[in-house]
Design a protein. Sequence first.
Length: 243
Amino acid sequence: MRTLTKAAKALGLLVALFTAFTLTEGSARADEVFIAGFTNGCFGAGCAPGASATVPGLTYSNSTFSGTTANGFRGLGGNPNPGSNFNNLGSLSLSTAPNLFNTTFTLDVTFTAPQGISGSNLANFVATVTGTVRSDNQGGLFVDFDQTPFVFNFNDTNCEPDPTGGVPGQQTTCGNGSFSLTVNDVALDPGQTISLSGQITSAQQTTVPEPATLFLLGTGVFGVARAVRKRKRSGRAPEPAQS
């Protein structure tokens, strides 16, 4: 009987530890989100965004981006490098030839991470941002983007390691959360190339325990339960009371 009592106590302790671990994991590693994706763009109403786009005097080149948020924030911008943009939203290059611009520009921001974003039956989700391209009186131009934030919710259960190093001990995304995307207006003068920029804000996630940890805990609970069942089946007589 004492053996059964000890086994039951051990089982209860493992269940309590499992519950506490699950709750603490959800809160202790709940902040940062790994973001990755690429952009495409095009000029004109009803256009199809691609890796590059051109109207007379103006060219767009696309970009890729990746990184882990810090305090819920991740900037997407930086110096342009046409043809091999990275960690911005692409770049615009304006020629020195005199041109007048009065058109629309469509920017597609496609997220490959986090996965499981709500609003799509695909692993990726595309945010389509529209801007108006206008000329100034000095040969330059201004792109006025819609500043309405895109709010994304996700439930990513892949639990992959963060390739950037990110937050020590944290997976890329391994749970559910949300983040917002905003694209900034840009202006450039003749002969300039400028990167399109934006920011991820309000990024947060509730992380679930890693599969390996869940497996080890489950194995321990299963082992104790098996020992209890084996003890019951043995049918051993109770130990005599000590005088």
